[in-house]
Design a protein around this ligand. Structure first.
Ligand code: DGT
Ligand code: CA
Ligand code: CA
Length: 584
């Protein structure tokens, strides 16, 4: 059998290493420009190889790769046999990591990075920014006021790139990776869990954290590093491995001793603020709390916690759901036995916001209804966009009449399920609605939504939302801020004023469950509920699988301390209908 590498190196990982070497050699001037070019050329050729570099190494054919000579082949051989490269490690010792980071700034290459480092002692992007702002770069050889301004611009671009990824993109990846790790033997993977912000269902994540309880970390690390989602292994240690996925997301995997699982899971779930508050509470009780154990401060005696429950219980607390662990009063509430009775996905009995082929959905009314019914819902509102949105075709008076006939016909089939006919009506620039009161009065449910003019000033925007709420036919205000995660900030609405108006009028505000919206967010929904506003957790489904998004809305609501009684679609159908009919 062919010799196995200590790590399943991929072509792109090896290529990245040689690009890194090329940059480090150039910055350190350890070798000349000829060698620098050779490293990058080898990197390019390896990256675009047809065959697998591991196979080529096994066949002893490395030097047949264009640009790979004896010296580079030897380095690849070392990587295959040891997983490390002495030459690279030496370079990394010489060049501070922050200097290499500067290469990410548009317009900064190895030569400039070296110049800033060697002549001004700058070793981080932050220091470079300060120096540029103080006008210190323009005096350097080959630099001037213009190139200094360019560097500031480059740093601004770099820092404006979103460094957090929406949970809706990250979480499915995490779940897939966890599923594959579960395929390992039960003795190898005793327990596995998501941790960090993703376990707390924060709307965006900086990186993913996965924990495994195991007494044999080796095979876990190996399997993890070679998952198809992984683009690059950044660090592989005995108990921690960090990888980068193809979309740039970093994932940290940590292996914990099973008998210390509880403290480890608690620690790495965070948030950091929650952990600090909990650690202070522990100290008050004479315990020092770490990821390894609870330890008596006086005697030094350890108490190991195999479960998270035991950690909280030892401190006199009930287990606190991860969604609440943000140091927003949850520890005090837990101490007083006043944690909220949080909403669950299974509390939802129906969905009041969905789309079909009548606007921008991809399935028929019947298909959407059957999908909702097969999920065990007892009602679904069809709420296609009204005309007036411009970008999508919408429903007007005659379409709504036709939809009504279809809905009536479908409803005659079921005794356990009910379709409601509604609309997502456009709030126009002046605060009026795109459909007449006459048309709206014939619908079962009316959702008002602001899609256009989100950059208007605060008074105008707030006025539009409030006049929509004041229309007697409007029941629900959809995705109130209009934000799109990672793409667009919400409008500058005065949410406090909108909540007060909604509470006064008895109108409902939506938590839109689309993971790209999550609007209201956790903080706003908590405030809305505090002010007495009722909430609707809506899927805004545009296809049957869109109902899967409801979990994101539920989790966002849980992060906002929402209880089932705050949410109208936990109500049974007759109660919902009675409420909708309040307006006669
Ligand atoms: P992220 O990755 O920015 O979305 O947020 P997290 O919460 O996942 O943070 P991360 O990945 O840096 O660390 C995972 C958890 O580890 C974090 O939630 C709490 C814990 N942790 C990390 N650093 C510290 C620390 O300095 N002190 C304490 N007490 N806990 C920490
Ligand atoms: Ca994280
Ligand atoms: Ca992390």
């Amino acid at each position: 059998m062919a010799e196995q590498p200590v790590r399943p190196w991929t072509n792109s990982e090896i290529a990245d290493i040689f690009d890194r070497i090329g940059d480090l050699v150039e910055i350190s001037e350890k070798e000349g420009p000829f060698q620098v070019r050779a490293y990058h050329r080898a990197a390019d050729n390896i990256r675009h190889l047809d065959g697998d570099i591991v196979r080529i190494w096994q066949e002893g054919a490395l030097e047949e790769i264009p640009g790979v000579g004896k010296a580079i082949a030897k380095k690849i051989d070392e990587l295959m046999r040891t997983g490390r490269l002495h030459f690279l490690e030496e370079l990394e010792k010489e060049v501070p990591p922050g200097v290499l980071d500067m290469l990410q700034i548009p317009g900064v290459g190895p030569k400039k990075a070296r110049l800033f480092w060697k002549s001004l002692g700058i070793t981080s992007i932050e220091e470079l920014k300060k120096a540029a702002e103080a006008g210190k770069l323009r005096t350097l050889p080959g630099m001037g006021a213009k190139s200094e301004a360019k560097i500031l611009e480059g740093i601004a671009i770099l820092q404006s790139l979103p460094d957090r990824i929406p949970l809706g993109e990250a979480r499915p990846l995490a779940e897939r990776m966890i599923e594959q790790l579960r395929e390992l033997d039960e003795e190898v993977v005793e327990k596995i869990s998501l941790a960090g912000s993703a376990r707390r269902w924060r709307e965006t994540v900086g990186d993913l954290d996965i924990l495994v309880a195991s007494t044999t970390p080796g095979p876990v690390m190996d399997k993890f590093s070679s998952l198809p989602e992984v683009a690059e292994v950044m660090l592989k240690g005995e108990t921690k491995t960090s990888v980068r996925l193809h979309n740039g997301l970093q994932v940290d995997l940590r292996v914990l001793e099973p008998k210390r699982w509880g403290t480890g899971l608690q620690y790495f779930t965070g948030s950091k603020a929650h952990n600090i508050a909990l650690r202070n509470l522990a100290l008050d009780q004479g315990w020092s709390l770490s990821e390894y154990a609870l330890k008596r401060v006086d005697t030094g005696q350890e108490k190991l916690c195999p479960t998270e429950e035991e950690v909280y219980e030892t401190l006199g607390l009930p287990w606190i759901p991860p969604e609440l662990r943000e140091d927003r009063g949850e520890i005090k509430a837990a101490m007083e036995g006043k944690l909220p009775r949080l909403l669950k996905l299974s509390d939802l009995r129906g969905d009041l916001h969905s789309h079909t082929t009548w606007s921008d959905g991809s399935h028929t009314i019947e298909q959407m209804a059957e999908a909702a019914r097969s999920r065990g819902f007892s009602y679904l509102a069809i709420t296609d966009h009204s005309t007036g949105l411009g970008v999508v075709s919408g429903v007007g008076e005659s379409e709504l009449e036709e939809q009504r006939r279809i809905v009536d016909e479908l409803n005659s089939r079921w005794s356990d399920f009910r379709l409601l006919l509604g609309v997502e009506v456009e709030v126009m620039a002046d605060g009026s609605l795109a459909l007449s009161d006459e048309v709206l009065s014939r619908l079962d449910v009316v959702i008002a939504a602001v899609h256009s003019g989100l950059n208007q000033d605060r008074d105008t925007l707030t006025g539009r939302a409030i006049s929509a709420l004041r229309n007697p036919h409007v029941d629900i205000l959809a995705h109130p801020t209009g934000r799109l995660l990672g793409k667009r900030k919400g409008g500058d609405f005065d949410m406090e004023a909108i909540f007060r108006e909604a509470a006064k009028l008895g109108k409902v505000i939506e938590v839109n469950s689309s993971p790209w919206r999550l609007d209201l967010n956790d903080v706003l929904v908590r405030r809305a509920v505090e002010l007495g506003v009722k909430i609707s957790i809506d899927s805004d489904a545009h296809k049957p699988s869109g109902f899967d998004d409801l979990i994101y809305g539920v989790k966002t609501a849980r992060r906002g301390w929402v209880e089932p009684e705050n949410v109208i679609n936990t109500w049974p159908l007759d109660k919902v209908i009675a409420w909708l009919e309040r307006r006669g």
